[in-house]
Ligand binder design. Sequence first.
Ligand code: FA5
Length: 336
Amino acid sequence: MIKIINKIRIDFDSRLDSISDAKQLEQIRVEFLGKKGQLQELMQGLRNASPDEKPKLGKDINLLKQHVENKLNSKSACFGAKPSKKSSEIFDTTLPGRKELTGTLHPITQIMEEITSIFFGLGFQVEEGPEIETDYYNFEALNIPKDHPARDMQDTFYIEDQTVLRTHTSPVQIHVMEKREPPLRIIAPGKVYRCDSDVSHTPMFHQIEGLMVDESISFSHLKGIMNIFLREVFGKDTKIRFRPSYFPFTCPSAEVDIECVMCNGKGCRVCSQTGWLEILGAGMVDPAVFRSVNYDPEKWTGFAFGLGIERIAMLKFEINDIRLFFENDIRFLKQF
Ligand code: FA5
């Protein structure tokens, strides 16, 4: 039987060398490996071998089978035939690599993280609050009673009579002061909602609230912190001004402008020819707000501020339409 095995191997090798197309290759495969092929016959012949011979003969037949399979596979590759399972497992090191697509953080997230880390460095802790708020937290506790004209300053989305999508991050001030005692130094980044949409307004946008409460906090602390923060974001030569303003929850109140980064204060379309751009609202916490959280206004003073992240991102990245941030156009987002 060993002689037959050797003969089949020699016969197979010479037949394989002489073929010239895939059809002939398939004929040989059937002839040697098919159900009625020569190797199958050999296996059947094994039944008649003596028990002593069987293990060695079985091993030789398996080696021959492997030899036939390997050679058929290599030959089939020459004819462009579909590789069999085994050859498809071969790793082709000559193929070019597949490039992994990497994403980046959304520009709003980048600015949010930058601002958060600046305040973190100034000793502020990060706090969060709910986006669905009660009328009490969004308005009343912030000294904006029912029918107060200041409610018109923010176009509110009402969910129910007493439930709103928060219009600003200022309610987080109340949540924090209700559960903690001064001194406090917190910022609260998050989404806010207003019924508003044009090139500089979106119905959902992001604010960062800031609150510092301690004994003897004055307006100069607010100015100092704002100066450090804005110069860190826009560069150390950035000019800043405080303009008197009105918020029911701060007194005195101010809006903070920076010199227009587009025209360096000369006046352009973006800054409506004024040379200045409004960045945030701020002021000293109104005693009425302290009273609503049971803080003694005779003992504690503090400042608060609220800034729009999208506005800062627009100025930093020189983007003239706020809506671009939320269209999810990959060509736009890829630039950051
Ligand atoms: C407020 O929301 C006050 N809560 C800020 C504040 C906090 C004042 C603490 C005093 C003390 P205002 O409505 O001005 O204020 O909004 C603050 C900033 O949010 C604006 O300066 C602007 O940058 C941004 N903003 C307002 N409305 C929109 C909008 N629809 N889309 C994008 N950004 C907006």
